[in-house]
Design a protein around this ligand. Structure first.
Ligand SMILES: Nc1ncnc2c1ncn2[C@@H]1O[C@H](COP(=O)(O)OP(=O)(O)OP(=O)(O)O)[C@@H](O)[C@H]1O
Ligand SMILES: [Mg+2]
Length: 310
């Protein structure tokens, strides 16, 4: 069996359904265009981003019901290797509708699929058997998974020497940092919450990230700043890269695209400077596309080339 350098885990994936309509009117039928279906959820998006860059990864995700079957079909069509943990409840859907009259986007999310004890143990077992260099865990936790579930994963990967990258927030992330991981990618508001302050000014970010690193929470902290760009911090490195000016269509998936770009660069032993620039390039390239679509390889490459000399 092929061993993948990069594996992603999505415990709470979604079948993303998106459409367009004209005019949001209550009590009337709103005619929507034929929907587009995409595979969604943090880890799956990271795997998609890696595939867009010509890299390969394996996506591990839970799947249940018709929505789960459809999710698998879509992931397969994208050419991504995957393995599922079959669950008793239905994979959730998400619904994105754009009003073409106003160009405003409405995003509806549903509760995540419930996971029982047996299914939870199946996920743990898969992680215990894992032999990759990197594991990326991204997204929210489902009903039925304890808040320290990602912490448990961190304990396992620490023992097996797999570099764990976590993109999640709140209590789940706080718990993970008690064990310590290879890399985290909070945005600035997630970072503020993490260290228990209301907000952070630009010049305070380095200190906040260094604090997490000094406490053994992570080796690399990348803080994304939306249209402003991102900073990468390690115990002896700090750099800020401004995001390029692009025509923004939708920021959905910007964070996951960024993580995908960075982990692929890391797996190719690129320097931290390049890793950060690939992250910003892929994140910004993702904002150039509509709805749930991530980014085009040529956009990411062009933005990276431009950032290289900055
Ligand atoms: N409006 C924008 N213009 C240009 N680049 C952007 C914009 N928004 C996001 N980006 C790019 O995407 C990266 C990640 O974005 P952001 O900080 O919004 O992540 P996030 O909050 O984790 O997003 P997500 O909602 O996907 O989880 C940024 O560092 C930047 O490179
Ligand atoms: Mg994010």
């Amino acid at each position: 069996m092929k061993i993948f350098d990069i594996v992603t885990l999505t415990v709470n994936p979604a079948l993303d359904k998106s459409t367009h309509f004209r005019g949001l009117v209550p009590e009337q039928k709103i005619r929507c265009e034929t929907p587009r279906f995409d595979a969604g959820g943090g880890g799956i998006n990271v795997s998609k981003a890696i595939a867009h860059l010509g890299g390969s990864s394996k996506a591990l995700f839970t799947s249940g019901g018709f929505t789960g079957e459809m999710l698998k079909e879509i992931v397969k069509k994208e050419g991504i290797s995957f393995e599922t943990i079959e669950i008793h409840s239905d994979t959730r859907e998400s619904f994105v509708a754009v009003d073409d009259n106003t160009n405003l986007q409405y995003r509806f999310g549903f509760k995540g699929a419930e996971i029982n004890e047996t299914e939870k143990n199946k996920i743990i077992q898969l992680i215990q058997e894992l032999k990759s260099d990197y594991l990326i865990v991204s997204g929210s936790l489902n009903e039925g998974l304890p808040v320290d579930f990602y912490k448990k994963i961190a304990e396992i990967t620490k023992k097996s020497g797999i570099k764990l990258i976590i993109d999640s927030d709140g209590e789940a992330l706080v718990k993970v940092l008690e064990v310590g991981v290879f890399m985290i990618k909070p945005n600035v508001s997630e970072l503020s919450k993490l260290i228990g302050v209301k907000s952070l000014e630009m010049e305070e970010i380095n200190h906040a990230a260094k604090q997490i690193i000094a406490n053994g929470g992570a080796e690399i902290v990348v803080v994304s700043l939306g249209p402003q760009g991102a900073v990468l911090v390690t115990k002896d490195f700090y750099e800020f890269v401004s995001a390029p000016n692009v025509v923004k269509k939708s920021t959905v998936g910007a964070g996951d695209s960024m993580v995908g770009g960075m982990v692929l660069a890391l797996s190719q032993n690129k320097s931290l400077k390049e890793v950060l620039r690939w992250g910003v390039a892929c994140g910004s390239a993702a904002t150039m596309n509509e709805g749930t679509q991530l980014f085009k390889m040529e956009d990411a490459k062009r933005l990276f080339e431009w950032l290289k000399d900055k």
